[in-house]
Write a protein that binds this ligand. Structure first.
Ligand code: OAD
Ligand code: ZN
Length: 238
């Protein structure tokens, strides 16, 4: 299928990064099995929730800082360099597609990015080191130096509105590809989980690579229920 396709759009979830040491959300030991997610309205309303959210983020920092692209990331980057992949849609926030060689413009981040911070009011971006300094000095989560609103990781929390531009570009890519690869996602979080169906309905072949069944397996042309690194490893090129 990869050989026959002229436009391959990968759609990735947390499963592609587990071999890089980053836990996923819903597997045994996944993040949501250890901590409940902090919804956006709670983050906005409560300093305590903001402090807890940043504590969790700093606790994860050694993991994110040490993570290098895995075989799945590198295989997709090889296909991208070969001109087969016009862009990648990801639910991941770990920046590893960019590190593996995708231009930032070609990575459509549906759920944002946790490697920097953003004011939820005016949208000003901050380095995590700025947040850490503030946190260490005051013992709590910082507010924006410009507008005074809370500063959050540049990710999308439950209840927060989806990034419009990313949603539009993901829809475009899903509709124009001839092969859509859903990789390492439980495909339960919407609206992100709607893109495989959009691609399929627009005539693309759909392949799901995931070591557990997903709700959307019935719709796929091929389901590979196997490890992602092992499956995509042979496609790692130069
Ligand atoms: P999930 O944790 O829901 O699903 C990851 C899937 O990858 C699971 O079905 C695992 O079995 C599978 N998996 C893990 N490692 C694998 C491996 N090495 N090989 C094959 N399969 C593997 O993660 P997502 O679907 O990405 O959103 O979660 C979607 C969204 O839910 C996330 O973007 C995040 C979360 O809440 C927000 O925070 C808004
Ligand atoms: Zn601001």
């Amino acid at each position: 299928m990869i050989a026959e396709a002229s436009s391959i759009v990968p759609f990735t979830g947390a499963g592609i990064s587990t071999e890089c040491g980053i836990p996923d959300f819903r597997s045994p030991g996944g993040l949501w099995t250890r901590n409940r997610p902090i919804p956006f309205d709670e983050f906005v309303a409560s300093q305590e929730a903001r402090d807890e959210s940043w504590r969790r983020r700093f606790a994860m920092e050694p993991t994110f800082a040490a993570a290098k692209p895995g075989r799945g990331h590198r295989a997709l980057a090889s296909l991208y360099r070969a001109g087969k992949v016009p862009g990648i849609i990801t639910q991941n926030i770990d920046n590893l597609h960019q590190t593996s060689g995708f231009k930032a413009d070609d990575v459509i981040e549906l759920h944002g990015n946790t490697t920097y911070a953003r004011c939820i009011g005016c949208g000003k971006d901050y380095d995590l080191s700025w947040v850490k300094q503030h946190f260490d000095k005051t013992g709590g989560a910082p507010d924006c130096a410009d507008c005074g609103d809370p500063v959050k990781t540049a990710t999308i929390s439950f209840g927060q509105s989806m990034p419009e531009d990313a949603m539009r570009r993901a829809a475009e890519l899903s509709r124009q590809c001839d092969l859509f690869l859903a990789i390492g996602s439980s495909l339960v979080v919407w609206p992100a989980a709607g893109f495989p169906m959009m691609a399929k309905e627009s005539g693309a072949r759909l392949v799901i690579i995931n070591n557990e069944p997903t709700d959307q397996d019935d719709m796929a042309d091929l389901v590979i229920r196997h490890d992602i690194g092992d499956t995509l490893g042979p496609f790692v090129g130069n």
